[in-house]
Design a protein around this ligand. Structure first.
Ligand SMILES: *Cc1c(COP(=O)(O)O)cnc(C)c1O
Length: 363
């Protein structure tokens, strides 16, 4: 059996450190916005090269609060991709804005800059690219578009912790960004968690209020905010993992490159690295018209595999009202042919060989 991601192997490595930290937190009883959250926020800010990093309850909340803090609201349009997890667009809906879905690059699966340009209207207020599967979107072009048209740039970094473009981390490029610590993400907690980052002091001040009931001083509330804080216990775990993140992401890249080398001669499309940034392989995702056959063969051998994402957002029932009749041909063709293989820093070379042998047996 080979799971999509081997969280157990990772835990074995950090067990002592985590258990010690958790015991201390329980001993101190500082459970909400305690010293580990504060330290973790500083460590993230330093690692990512941003001025402010704030722990929140989830990646979804991070994106929601970032949109609020950037002043996006009712009547505004936010251009984004339909080939992503629904939370990207849910966050846009939460603030009363309209997600405008545009097509993707067929090779990287990331939002296509030329499609963004075509979708800009007088109501467009922001662009929200997703660094899908861990590969940075084409940020040089997207930054230029946002500057030229005076649009906010909010990055969905929920799959890209540690990915970079020209030495700049994803999340440090736009006006603000959201990260997720869902357990299976590159930097994962033992439950839900998220992080919102910005270079701006005023945006950070708004975010700080928003995540804590609209309050700067306890029991004084300037706005209606939310209860969206990163848990102290999760911060303990995340600190242990952040220290090792570079090594984990290097392990993912190594696994991905071995897969691609072993499958170079097979009639399927292995992930394309566009060279514009460093891909951290949150997912290893391929294209094949024989996807279903391949997945059946893998499942028969108890090898994990999954389709991210089978139904693009413009075809979801939840977006029926705004997307009825909409067509995004590249997105639809990728969704019909994509599938992902197990990937994590603890995937062994033998396991990769075993998985590729099963795929070879299909052809
Ligand atoms: C995981 C994910 C989210 C949401 O993160 P949660 O922490 O689960 O709320 C948002 N966007 C993308 C692209 C994601 O992969």
């Amino acid at each position: 059996m080979i799971p999509m991601v081997n969280l157990k192997a990772q835990y074995t490595e950090i067990k002592d450190e985590v258990e010690q930290g958790l015991a201390q937190t329980i001993e101190n009883c500082s459970f909400i916005l305690g010293p580990n959250v504060q330290a973790f926020e500083q460590e993230c800010a330093a690692y990512l090269g941003v001025k402010h990093a704030l722990g929140v309850a989830s990646g979804t909340d991070a994106l929601h609060l970032a949109l609020l803090a950037e002043g996006i609201g009712k009547g505004d349009e936010v251009i984004t991709t339909a080939f992503t997890f629904i939370a990207t667009a849910e966050a846009i809906k939460y603030v009363g804005a309209t997600p405008v879905f545009v097509d993707i690059d067929p090779r990287t699966f990331n939002i296509a800059p030329e499609a963004i340009l075509k979708a800009i209207t007088s109501r467009t207020k922001a662009v929200m690219p997703v660094h899908l599967f861990g590969q940075p979107a084409d940020m040089a072009q997207i930054v230029e578009i946002c500057q030229e048209h005076d649009l906010k740039l909010i990055e969905d970094c929920c799959q890209s912790f540690g990915a970079s473009v020209n030495g700049k981390q994803t999340g440090a490029i736009g006006d603000s960004a959201g990260f997720s610590f869902f357990p299976s993400k590159n930097l994962g907690a033992f439950g839900d968690g998220g992080l919102v980052v910005t270079h701006s002091d005023s945006t950070a001040a708004k975010l700080k209020q928003l995540r804590n009931h609209g309050s700067n001083v306890r029991y004084y509330h300037d706005i209606i905010g939310y209860n969206s804080r990163l848990d102290e216990m999760q911060a303990v775990i995340l600190r242990a993992k952040l220290k090792r993140l570079e090594q984990y992401n290097e392990g993912r890249r190594r696994a991905a490159h071995l897969y691609s080398k072993l499958m170079a001669d097979l009639p399927l499309t292995t992930p394309f690295e566009d060279g514009l940034g460093v891909h951290v392989y949150h997912q290893y995702t391929l294209l094949s018209e024989r996807r279903d056959e391949i997945m059946q063969a893998l499942q028969a051998k108890q090898i994990g595999c999954a389709v991210y994402y089978p139904v693009p957002l413009h075809q979801q029932i939840a977006f029926k009202e705004e997307c009825e009749g909409m067509s995004l041909p590249v997105t639809e063709s990728v969704a019909a042919n994509c599938f992902s293989l197990p990937i994590c820093p603890f995937l062994k070379d033998e396991e990769i060989h075993e998985i590729v042998d099963v795929i070879k047996s299909v052809f």
